[in-house]
Ligand binder design. Sequence first.
Ligand code: SME
Length: 160
Amino acid sequence: MFIPVEKSENKNENYQKLLETLPYYINKDDPWYTTLANATAILDYFLDDINWVGFYIKHGDDLFLGPFQGKAACTKILMGSGVCGHAAINQKTVRVDDVNQFEGHITCDSDSQSEIVIPLLRKGSLIGVLDIDAPVLSRFDETDQKHLEKVAQLLVDNMS
Ligand code: SME
């Protein structure tokens, strides 16, 4: 894949580069899975210390595995279950510093130690969630949350 952007050592700068790069790979006429597929590749390129990044999409009452980068993962998550279902039902970002301390955490990759899940919301309706796992504890802080929520909004505003 062609991402002609040098990564930065600075986290904020790197997120700026990510947010500037993403629109080049978004075409409003493309189906949602095309947009989200490239988004996973771009997130995987720019984010350090992660082992899984992908989307679960709301289909019926549950969440189903969408485009992702990483090891094969569980295909269906019930609304309210795990970190993803929790973020989905509450329509709020969930940051987990240690997945072993999160009751009901669903293990897909045993390397995962911390996790962030951001809901994708359009006019208050849940479309799905962006889920990112890291092989280190406390990988995601407020800065990550702020920028990843912008990524989620950019995607929701531009995908069909
Ligand atoms: N850990 C998630 C399940 C999805 S995997 O991390 C890819 C959860 O508890 O919802």
